[in-house]
Ligand binder design. Structure first.
Ligand SMILES: Nc1ncnc2c1ncn2[C@@H]1O[C@H](COP(=O)(O)OP(=O)(O)OP(=O)(O)O)[C@@H](O)[C@H]1O
Ligand SMILES: [Mg+2]
Length: 423
């Protein structure tokens, strides 16, 4: 069995809520005193909270550990402690190996230095010699696709360029342990794909990776193990598929509907603006969706242009990122005002698994005028087990189709004496 390269016991990190906003300026104290004279005698409430609590981990050499959890769950805090950017309040962590990390945009590089200088500086921090970095340099620049900008100070880079270089440096300078926080959220789809490929090859070289992502497909493809953090604590850990399914299931109910009450924050433009997307299970059993449950999916949006020819096109995707189907509503001139489209998905059609919906509103049956990914997500679970098969039925869909089975003609067939059972 390979050696343990990351070991933590009882890691915790507490912060003071609001500490970031508290000002030490005299001007602010004065204005507060004028607004509420007694407040200066009041002690500020001690709002300590735990961003991370009692996290014990053991990661072995060559493992690819995924960290999942909602916003604010403590994922970045954990990576920061492991890469020694922040000190834990409680517990300890031991790391064996050269660490490369890619945390937030804005950490790591010196803004005044060029891409080239930062690359050499990062290598030196990792303990590499100049000739060693020289050998890797061209590959890094090519990967980051920054040939023309490598001698420009990184403060002039766009955030996408910055992340491309940061990822290229972190992944190519041969760290033994790589921490990656949510790189996939920045950069275009082609670069994200390249990063995933690179992480795959880094892990095949036996390096250890800990990475945070909200991209469940990427996690499932790359990770050997997944840890789910919730409110700073480990809620579940283990087999990626199981933990991800558990996480989605727990969070799925909250994703059955997206409603934008406020037009200022609702996705939209001068032509249309989303109001809500809902998955409505047609069942008496609450929100549990089994393979037998018919679903209604409802889209509502405001149309601001009278008589505009509009329809909704929806993509149902599964966790493997396969588009199970794309269907479009009828297209017709719509009056100005709130429009609703409702789609029925019959029961006994979808397979068990996690699904998410991407949508677009189309004008004149040809031009997408509003795109929105991941508007709702839901989980389809097994119904009652029929027959002797207890495993997952393979397939992107599981339609109930009509079979007819009948005996046609025995003729003069020689009949076997074996009993009619499978062996
Ligand atoms: N320096 C800080 N001072 C005060 N609170 C902080 C600080 N850094 C993080 N927090 C808080 O700690 C909690 C955990 O934050 P963290 O950044 O680890 O979450 P996360 O899981 O990475 O979330 P996301 O998915 O949004 O990146 C949050 O409530 C956050 O507001
Ligand atoms: Mg984070």
């Amino acid at each position: 069995m390979s050696t343990v390269v990351i070991h933590s016991e009882g890691l915790g990190k507490s912060y003071h809520r609001g500490a970031l906003q508290q000002s030490t300026l005299l001007r602010d104290h004065l204005s507060r005193m004028l607004k509420s004279p007694l407040s200066v005698f009041r002690r500020p409430k001690d709002e300590t909270f735990w961003a991370l609590e009692d996290v014990s981990l053991e990661v072995r050499e060559g493992e690819v550990l995924g960290l999942i959890g909602r916003n604010g769950a403590g994922k970045t805090t954990l990576l920061k402690i492991l890469s020694r950017i922040t000190k834990p309040t409680t517990g300890w962590a031991e790391i064996h190996g050269r660490v490369g990390s890619l945390l937030e945009v804005g950490t790591g590089f010196h803004p005044e230095l060029t891409g080239r200088e930062n690359t050499f500086l990062s290598g030196a921090i990792l303990g590499m010699g100049k000739s060693e970095i020289d050998r890797k340099f061209d590959e890094i620049v090519a990967f980051a696709e920054l040939e023309q900008f490598i001698d420009t100070p990184v403060k002039h880079y766009s955030s996408g360029m910055y992340v491309r270089l940061a990822f290229a440096v972190a992944a190519h300078l041969e760290p033994e342990i790589l921490f990656v926080d949510e790189v996939l959220a920045v950069g275009d789809a082609a670069f994200q794909k390249k990063c995933l490929g690179k992480m795959g090859s880094v892990s095949r070289q036996g390096r250890t990776i800990v990475f945070v992502s909200h991209n469940m497909t990427a996690l499932q493809r790359l990770c050997t193990r997944v840890v789910w953090l919730n409110g700073g604590k480990v809620t579940d850990a283990g087999d990626p598929r199981k933990v991800i399914d558990h996480y989605l299931q727990r969070n799925a109910v909250a994703n059955l509907e997206s409603v934008w009450e406020d037009n200022l924050t609702a996705p939209g433009n001068e032509r249309v603006r989303l109001r809500s997307v809902r998955v409505i299970p047609q069942t008496d059993f609450g929100e549990l969706i089994t393979v037998h449950t018919p679903l209604r999916i409802e889209f509502t949006y405001f149309n601001y242009v009278p008589e505009m020819m509009l329809n909704v096109s929806m993509f149902l995707n599964n966790l493997e990122e396969v588009c199970v189907f794309n269907v479009a509503s009828d297209f017709a001139p719509r009056p100005a005002g709130l429009i609703r489209h409702t789609l029925e998905i019959p029961g006994d059609f979808l397979n068990a698994g996690s699904y998410y919906v991407n949508m677009l509103i189309v004008k004149d049956a040809s031009t997408g005028i509003l795109f929105r990914d991941n508007v709702v997500a839901f989980e389809v679970v097994e119904g009652e087990v029929v027959g002797n098969w207890y495993g997952r039925v393979p397939g992107a869909v599981r339609p109930k189709l009509n079979w007819r089975s009948e005996a046609i003609d025995a003729g003069d067939l020689e009949v076997s004496t074996a009993r009619g059972q499978s062996t």
